[in-house]
Design a protein around this ligand. Structure first.
Ligand SMILES: Cc1cc2nc3c(=O)[nH]c(=O)nc-3n(C[C@H](O)[C@H](O)[C@H](O)COP(=O)(O)OP(=O)(O)OC[C@H]3O[C@@H](n4cnc5c(N)ncnc54)[C@H](O)[C@@H]3O)c2cc1C
Ligand code: FES
Length: 268
């Protein structure tokens, strides 16, 4: 892990939605330590500042991809980056999904909106090892069809059960409508032999994790990724505190058994 931003070249920029892009980054010099799916980097837009972004793709060459939604000054600056620009990156930070704990079990991925980005490398890792896991299901919810990211991947992940729903359809949408938890009934997983990986807005995480617990997936086998505002990313400033946890150090991925009692605590 490195505390100083390491220059990375933007080698590809893909527009995902009206406010979201995926940037592929290659280190200009020595690569950072390898990231595992679920971990995050602090990504620096020179002159603006830096923000935490999960890795949406991990390359063994040291390259990374981040999918970023423009919500404020720094994220808008990163979204506006062009191929050939240089950004600063440091990390890896935080806990990963630890997919290997699900070996031999069914894998259930539930994503809300841009929450699919940090789950994408986990799905790729599971699909790359067909004998390693039981059934793989990917359930995705978005506000509107226009808010769906990683559309090519969703079409490609044929060896997994993949289902997509939107809150508000448009005239061209002929798929499911409604919240992502409604897809749980159809997904082919056996609760008693399932590990679930969940990322999205906090109310979506809460609803999904509670439904899974009701269905019989033990809370420690429901892994959720939590977001809190971050400054140092190294466990020193306390900015990301959630009860006894510092999310930059003890998270962002934690078991629902640890997260549930803490999520009534208001974000600082
Ligand atoms: C571990 C982690 C991983 C993340 N991964 C991604 C990712 O892969 N892609 C991505 O687009 N974003 C991700 N985020 C969120 C991203 O860091 C925030 O959108 C960013 O910090 C906003 O900064 P800004 O300066 O652009 O906007 P600001 O001006 O700081 O904020 C704009 C708006 O976003 C809200 N906001 C700011 N930070 C957060 C946050 N952490 N959580 C919820 N709301 C926030 C503010 O309250 C405000 O309403 C992640 C956050 C964390 C903690
Ligand atoms: S961001 Fe500083 S302690 Fe987590």
């Amino acid at each position: 892990m490195s505390g100083l931003p390491v220059p990375h070249l933007v080698t590809d920029r893909r527009v995902e939605t009206a406010d979201t892009v995926t940037l592929r980054l290659e280190p200009v010099g020595a690569a950072l330590a390898e990231f595992t799916p679920g971990q995050f980097a602090m990504v620096h837009s020179f002159g603006r500042g830096e923000i935490p972004l999960s890795v949406s793709s991990v390359q063994s060459t040291g390259g990374l991809a981040h999918t970023v939604r423009a919500v404020g000054a720094v994220s808008a600056g990163l979204c506006a980056a062009r191929v050939g620009d240089v950004l600063g990156v440091h990390g890896p930070y935080g806990t990963g999904w630890e997919l290997e704990r699900a070996r031999g079990r069914d894998v259930l991925v539930v994503a809300g909106g841009i929450g699919l980005a940090p789950l994408r490398p986990l799905v790729l890792e599971a699909l790359a090892d067909p004998g390693g896991y039981g059934r793989i299901s990917v359930l995705v919810g978005a506000r509107t069809p226009g808010d769906l990211i990683a559309r090519d991947d969703l079409a490609r992940w044929r060896t997994a059960y993949t289902a997509v729903t939107v809150d508000r359809p448009d005239a061209h949408w002929d798929g499911d409508v409604g919240v992502v938890t409604r897809l749980l009934d159809r997904a082919p997983f056996a609760p008693e032999r399932t590990w679930a990986f969940v990322c999205g807005p906090e109310p979506m995480i809460r609803a999904t994790a509670r439904d899974l617990a009701r269905l019989g997936v033990p809370p420690h086998r429901v892994r959720v990724s939590l977001e809190r505002n971050m400054r140092c990313a190294t466990g020193h400033c306390g900015h990301c505190q959630l009860g006894p946890l510092l999310i930059c150090r003890d998270g962002p991925v934690v078991g629902w058994d640890r997260a549930e009692p803490l999520l009534s605590v208001r974000e600082l």
